[in-house]
Ligand binder design. Structure first.
Ligand SMILES: Cc1cc2nc3c(=O)[nH]c(=O)nc-3n(C[C@H](O)[C@H](O)[C@H](O)COP(=O)(O)OP(=O)(O)OC[C@H]3O[C@@H](n4cnc5c(N)ncnc54)[C@H](O)[C@@H]3O)c2cc1C
Length: 400
């Protein structure tokens, strides 16, 4: 057996490969990605890359490893893996032997199974998706975005700023309900409304009507929204099919332990959006976390832990990161620390500072423990509240 293969050449995979190469591991690191590009950054796709028509070079990710320390194969996918024999089978027919593997294959967008035209309905996950979206916007006046999560709301903000008439359609009563809760979601909705975004909430789209291109989105309550372009932002599925046949739990990403390991013997780790792992700082329930910073943190941890295991046989401590994400919508910077989405009881969600219709800090509590904060604005207070969540968790939480 030889070397480590890192499957998925995006943020988590690149950071894992870099960390392995820097760990002192000398067996060789191969980073394999099925996209035709060098690794690149996805957050700008719904924000500055769309607003400012940035080209690929502006979003390309740079490796921190020495030149030549990581072999990058692009445009080639892993079709299957035999973990027992240490073999990876590639889409170009090659077989790679490995002694360690990092799975960092991320997600792909879901699409709704409703009637729709063949053209003018798009998703946004890749650079190619951005190019398609830009091309599809030509001649369009009304855009319908199906889905009111972060990506849907960021797209609504960017496209409104670009002069399109945007409607966001979703079953929830307020946007970003699951991660932020009703009150803050409602406050952000008011901000979007004032900026010109239209909302069709508390309803389900049942069809995109039109000829070859959309003309309107029709909903289950009889309402309809004009749209010459429809963007589906309705969540994602994990890219795990290539790991089938190895007796793994792949029901929602790759199920890992608290050291991001799967498949038994410590030499296989997952990183980024595809990894479902327990964060013992909060509890013992495995979850996937779809945040940029988590892709960086899991990638670095996986590369370092695997390098250490393969060079010295030593285990690494459990991975207990502080989740963090940001979102930019109009002039607002939303910043989150911890796991606000764990708290569903509105009585446990309280304004800690500021005002819901301006700059605000909202705290999410589980009994007496502050498990998450979300700041809208207040950039000078980020570290204070990040530390407050860490200290509260350290004082209050025993893994359940
Ligand atoms: C439009 C958009 C905006 C975002 N904005 C924010 C934001 O503002 N803040 C934030 O915190 N997060 C944001 N995110 C989330 C963040 O970008 C992701 O968490 C991050 O990209 C995850 O990185 P990853 O490497 O785990 O997965 P991915 O970036 O999905 O990369 C996985 C890679 O593996 C490849 N792959 C899949 N299957 C195979 C295979 N079988 N063989 C080889 N390669 C394979 C894929 O093609 C892809 O290149 C955003 C995401 C999107 C799409």
């Amino acid at each position: 057996m030889s070397g480590v293969v890192v499957v998925g050449a995006s943020l988590a995979g690149l950071r894992a490969a870099d960390a392995l190469a820097r760990s002192g591991y000398s067996g060789g690191v191969t980073l394999i990605g099925d996209e035709p590009h060098q690794p690149y950054n996805r957050p700008p796709l719904s924000k500055e890359a769309l607003l400012e028509e940035q080209e690929f070079d502006a979003i390309r990710l740079r490796s921190s490893a020495k030149p030549g320390a990581v072999s990058l194969l692009t445009g080639v996918g892993a079709v299957s893996a035999d973990l027992g024999r240490g073999l990876l089978f590639l889409s170009d027919g090659r077989e790679l032997a490995f002694e360690g593997l990092v799975a960092a294959t991320g997600l792909r967008p879901r699409a709704l199974g409703i009637p729709k035209p063949s053209g003018g309905v798009v998703v946004l996950r890749t650079y190619e998706d951005l190019l398609r979206l830009r091309a599809e916007l030509a001649g369009v006046r009304d855009v319908a975005i199906i889905g009111a999560g972060f990506i849907g709301c960021e797209l609504a903000a960017s496209l409104t700023q670009l002069g399109y008439r945007v409607s966001v359609i979703a079953p929830e009563d307020v946007p970003m309900l699951r991660p932020l809760g009703e009150e803050l979601g409602g406050a952000l909705m008011r901000h979007h409304l004032q900026a010109g975004v239209g909302f069709g909430l508390s309803r389900l789209p049942v069809a995109v009507e039109g000829g070859e291109r959309p003309e309107r989105v029709v909903c289950n309550d009889g309402s309809s929204f004009d749209a010459q372009l429809v963007i589906e932002a309705v969540g994602s599925s994990a890219n795990v099919e290539w790991l089938e046949g190895n007796g793994l739990d792949l029901s929602d990403g790759v199920l890992c332990d608290e050291r991001l390991r799967f498949g038994g013997d410590g030499r296989f780790l997952a990183a980024g959006d595809v990894a479902r792992f327990p964060n013992l700082a909060f509890d013992s329930i495995p979850r996937r976390v779809e945040h940029w910073e988590m892709a960086v943190d899991t990638g670095r941890y996986a590369g370092k832990a695997l390098g250490r295991l393969l060079t010295s046989g030593e285990e690494s401590p459990a991975f207990t990161p502080m989740p963090a994400f940001w979102s930019d919508q109009f002039e607002l910077r939303i910043q989150s620390f911890g796991m606000p989405g764990l708290v569903t009881d509105p009585g446990q969600i309280r304004v800690l500072e500021g005002d819901l219709d301006g700059e605000v800090v909202v705290g999410y509590h589980r009994e007496d423990t502050l498990v998450g904060v979300v700041l809208v604005g207040f950039p000078q207070n980020h570290m204070k509240y990040r530390t407050a969540v860490s200290e509260s968790l350290a004082a209050g939480v025993a893994p359940a």
